[in-house]
Design a protein around this ligand. Structure first.
Ligand SMILES: Nc1ncnc2c1ncn2[C@@H]1O[C@H](COP(=O)(O)OP(=O)(O)OP(=O)(O)O)[C@@H](O)[C@H]1O
Ligand SMILES: [Mg+2]
Length: 161
């Protein structure tokens, strides 16, 4: 199951991320792919806002991993968010070495440039977000494809309206 959301601004992309936050649970894995400057970090900033993160969320391109504390909007339970930018990584082993999986089973894991480490084989149960720049249409035009890979399929397009 995959659906497509059109975004014509960073605000819309961020708000889409914030709406996705409402569907996340302890242990959720969100993988993001897309062209350079597509808006992956903007989307992650939205997820974090949706999870009540107060800190400024930046791309961990050099740090590789940032972690934030937030709250699941549904339950009010504390959420630990782990954000990785895999732009400079080449394998799943690199992702392990970066410490991405070191924060416990309940952490929400978010990885930009996931194709660098997972290739096209996304793990079952992950939420996959692919942001496509449509410079051919206009500078700010993006197609955001969201799918639940082999999971319970409980992602509902209505959640993003
Ligand atoms: N519809 C849109 N959605 C998201 N960002 C947009 C959109 N239109 C314009 N932008 C701009 O594009 C830029 C996206 O930057 P961002 O860092 O989020 O991209 P990225 O995919 O994380 O890049 P990188 O490949 O470097 O990780 C921002 O400056 C944002 O304001
Ligand atoms: Mg980025």
């Amino acid at each position: 199951m995959e659906f497509k959301i059109i975004s014509k601004s960073g605000v819309k992309t961020g708000n889409t991320g914030a709406k996705l936050a409402g569907l996340l649970k302890p242990g959720s894995l969100v993988l993001l792919d897309g062209d350079l400057g597509a808006g992956k970090t903007v989307f992650v900033q939205g997820i974090c806002r949706g999870l009540g993160v107060k800190e400024h969320v930046t791309s961990p391109t050099f740090a590789l991993i940032n972690t934030y504390n937030g709250v699941f909007p549904g339950s009010g339970d504390p959420a630990r968010i782990v954000h990785c930018d895999a732009y400079r990584l080449n394998s799943l082993e690199d992702l392990y070495d970066a410490g991405f999986f070191d924060f416990g089973e309940d952490a929400v894991l978010i990885c930009e440039w996931s194709e660098n480490v997972y290739g096209s084989k996304k793990p079952s149960g992950c939420i996959f977000v692919n942001i496509v720049r449509r410079d051919d249409i206009s500078a700010n035009y993006r197609e955001i494809y969201i799918s639940a890979e082999g999971g319970e399929g409980e992602l509902s397009e209505n959640a993003f309206r």
